[in-house]
Ligand binder design. Sequence first.
Ligand SMILES: *Cc1c(COP(=O)(O)O)cnc(C)c1O
Length: 412
Amino acid sequence: MLGLEKGQLVEGSSKMRKKLQGKTHAVHTGEKPDEQGSISPPLVMATSFKIHPDEVGFSANDYGEDAPFFYGRWSNPTVRRLEEKLAALEGGEDAVCFGSGMGAISGLFYHLLQAGDHLVLPNICYAAVLESAHEILPRFGIEVSLVDTSDIEAVQTALRPNSKLVHLETPCNPTTRLADLRAISELAHKAGAKVSVDATFASPIGQPNFELGADFVIHSLTKYACGHGDAMGGVVIGARADMDALRKDTLVHFGAVMSPFDAWIVGRSLHSLHARMAQHQSNALAVAAFLEKHPRVERVYYPGLDSHPQHDLAKSQMKNFGGMLAFRAKESAQLANQLAESVQVFTYAVSLGKSKSLIFYIPTEDIQASSLRMNEAELARYRDWAGDGLLRVSIGIEGQEDLLADLEEALA
Ligand SMILES: *Cc1c(COP(=O)(O)O)cnc(C)c1O
C-alpha cells in the first residue's frame, strides 16, 4: 500500500499551497514519502490496482473524486503526483495529465465543445491546433473563428452567442506574438465563454494565467516542464470539478494517457524548473541582443526585448520571458541552410524548451499552405512580422559565451 489516496494527495497540497513558494512546490509538492519512506517518489508502472467491490464500480461514471486507484487509464499514483505538482505551480485547484500537449488540447476541446458550439482560436498558434481547426473540428459540427488575438477588438467582434471557448496561446508558436490575457478573459467571460491558455512557451512559471483570468491552463510537458527532451506529456489545469469531468469524459474515453515513466521523469525535472528558466531567460536575452545587432539579421522577436511589438504587455503579464525567440534575415532560407550546416553548440531540430539550444526554419509559404491558410490581408500582416520565413530559436541552458560564439561563427 502506498498510503496515497487520489483525494489525499490533493488535500495535502491545498492546505500548504498558500504557505509555500513556487520553488518549494517544484521540489516538494506531490512527493509525500510512501510507506518505505523513500525521499524520491516511487515509479508505479502498475496498470490496475487491488480494490474492494464497495469502493468503485466498473464504469468511469462511478469514479468519484475520492475513488481509489483502479485502472491506469483513469489515474495512476505516479501521474497523480505530477498532476498535484503542476496544479500547485500554476496555482490551480487540480490537473489532468495527457500523453502529449496535443492530447491535452484535444481532450479539453472535445470535452467542452459539441455540435453547434463556437470556438475562437488564434490565427497563429501551434500548427497541429490550426490543422485540427481546419480539418477535424468542423467534422464534429464545431464552428471555429481564427482571429488575431493580439487585437482585442478582433476577439470581441468574433464572439457570438454560441461561443463556448476562447483558446489563447501566449507567447505563440512560432512568432512569439502575445495575447492580453486579462483583457480577453474579461470580454470572453462577459460573452459567456470560457478561456483556455496554452502557456507552453512561457513555461509553468512564466505568467500567472489564473490571476489574469484564465479558466484552463494547458502545457505541453514535452517542452519546459520536461526540459531535457526525453519525455512527452501534456496537462490541463483548472477547477477541481472541471478536472474530474475532463478526466471522465476525454481522458478515460479517448485514452491519450501519460505514461507513468514519462510522468516520473517530468516530475523529477520540475525540481530544477526555476533555475532552468532563469538560465533560459538570461541566455535568450543575450542571444536576442546579439542577433539584433548582427548585420545579416533583419528583425528579432523576443518578448523580453524592448523592440518586441508587445514588450509592454510582456512586462505586465510575464514573470519570465522564457527561452523562445524568432528572427528573420535578408535571405532567411539561405541563412537557415548555412546555420544547419555550421552550428556546433546549437542543433538544427524541431521542438523546444530543452537544455540544448535548437534552431529551426519555418518558411512562410510552407506554414501558410499547411496550417495558417490565411486570407490575403491576414497573410500580408503575417509577412510584415515574419517576412519569407522565421528562424525559430529555442535557447538552452548552455554557457552564454559558447552560444554567442557559435552563432557568431555560423553567421559569418
Ligand atoms: C509543442 C507544442 C504543443 C504540442 O505539444 P506535444 O507535446 O508535442 O503534443 C502545443 N502547443 C505548443 C505551444 C507547443 O509548442
